[in-house]
Design a protein around this ligand. Structure first.
Ligand code: UD1
Ligand code: UDP
Length: 381
């Protein structure tokens, strides 16, 4: 018996999460793994660069959906994913994270009665209208295998009545879906693998951007709540500009953010911030690892700061990665200029995380667990 798995991806962090899963499924000779790219992200530096770096084959299908309002982008994706899945007839579909691609993948699949495995399930901000929250809640509700990165995610799902937590694939035989499986965080798998190989490139990357180890702040900003709210955006950039008087501040900028910043002449006003185009994954890890502090609103970057032991300021009021805050690695400031600057000064002076809480998102073997459970699930069905 051969099985067909379709991974549905479309945005930057999904290409990164796909890498360890793709590699792992190569070990399963009875599985054909098909990659469907929705085209949500399409710039070379937001998409292809990751396929190249991780040596992933070109996606089998690219729907080229592109950008648009949530309803039209998601609608377009559902339509196009649906017609591809109808032809492919996959045994199971894998969706990743919380983007519009994730939601569209879930809806298109469930309508065709195709089982869904959701990776990075169970995360909640409890901010109802946050786009990612809508995507997560609906995707989780529609999924059959819910792969969660943490205990918090298990509790979140239990609150919504999704409580069949299994710790051996044998449970596929005697209980019914949805199944909740704690597998750690896939992004830790890839971080660990890449960290082993970047040593020799570190000085090249730092020199390229004129940075010195331990002497600069790395920032990223792309979350809608910050970019689409002018007050928030200028608060964050103004705080970074202030910090930039003393430290180099480097900001690989998301296309969403640069477009808005250009409209308000931001590039000219914030002269203490080194704004650069998005960077490849290995360059990003090097820049994170060697920074004095990271400031971000990205989910992935918060976790990477935690794994690398770099203090992180998260310019949001809440985070789904609450364990990093509890462990003393991550500091929530919202988009409040004064609070950002005050927190920055405090953390630079006195950063004392709880090092005992290092392994809360697994040990970097997530892809192995995911693949094994999916394969067993297909066998037992
Ligand atoms: C999306 C996800 C977000 C995730 C982020 C990862 C949703 C609702 N949001 O946000 O959860 O954290 O990806 O980076 O799915 N653009 C380009 N080139 C590109 C891609 C985007 O210019 O290759 C610009 C377009 O103007 C577009 C805007 O960025 O309208 C936003 O892109 P979109 O994919 O809608 O949302 P993200 O902010 O990237
Ligand atoms: N990243 C990258 N280049 C960049 C910015 C981010 O490779 O210029 C990586 C980052 O290291 C992390 C992932 O992209 O692995 C996070 O993606 P993003 O911030 O776009 O989305 P989120 O995690 O918030 O959904």
């Amino acid at each position: 018996m051969r099985y067909k798995i379709v991974s549905i991806v479309g945005a930057r962090p999904q290409f990164i999460k796909l890498a360890p899963i793709y590699r792992e499924f190569r070990n399963y000779k009875d599985i054909d793994h098909i990659v469907l790219h929705t085209g949500q992200h399409y710039d070379f530096l937001m998409s292809e660069v990751f396929f190249k770096y991780f040596k992933l084959p070109k996606p089998d299908i690219n729907l080229s959906v592109g950008s648009g309002a949530h309803h039209s982008q998601t609608g377009e994706m559902i339509k196009k994913i649906g017609s591809k899945l109808e032809k492919i007839k996959p045994t199971i579909v894998i969706i990743y994270g919380d983007t519009n691609t994730t939601l569209a993948g879930a809806l298109a699949s469930v309508k065709l009665r195709i089982p869904i495995a959701h990776i990075e399930s169970g995360l909640r901000s409890y901010i109802k209208y946050m786009p990612e929250e809508i995507n997560r809640v609906v995707s989780d509700r529609l999924s059959d295998l819910l792969f969660v990165p943490s205990k918090t995610a298990i509790v979140n799902l239990e609150k919504e009545g999704i409580s069949n937590v299994i710790n051996t694939p044998e449970r596929f035989r005697d209980s019914v879906a949805p199944y909740v499986i704690e597998c750690g965080d896939l992004m830790y798998d890839i971080l660990k693998a890449v960290l082993r190989n970047i040593k020799s490139d570190e000085h090249i990357v730092l020199d390229k951007y004129g940075l010195r180890k331990g002497d600069y702040v790395l920032a990223t900003v792309h979350r809608a709540e910050n970019t689409d709210n002018m007050e928030n955006l200028s608060n964050i950039f103004s705080a970074l500009n202030e910090i930039g008087k003393e430290y180099n501040v480097v900001l690989p900028i998301h296309p969403r953010t640069i477009k808005i910043l250009r409209k308000i002449d931001g590039e000219k006003s914030y002269t203490n911030i080194i704004i650069i185009p998005p960077v490849s994954y290995n360059e990003m890890l090097i820049m994170e690892k060697n920074s004095r502090l990271i400031l971000t609103d990205s989910g992935g970057v918060q976790k990477e700061a935690f794994w690398l032991g770099i203090p992180c300021i998260t310019v949001r009021d809440r985070t789904e990665w609450i364990e990093t805050v509890k462990a003393g690695f991550n500091f929530l400031t919202g988009a409040n200029r004064e609070k950002i600057i005050e927190t920055f000064n405090r953390v630079i002076r006195d950063f004392s995380p709880n090092l005992r809480l290092k392994n809360i998102y697994g040990s970097g073997n997530s892809a192995k667990t995911v693949a094994r459970y999916i394969w067993k699930y297909l066998k037992y069905r």
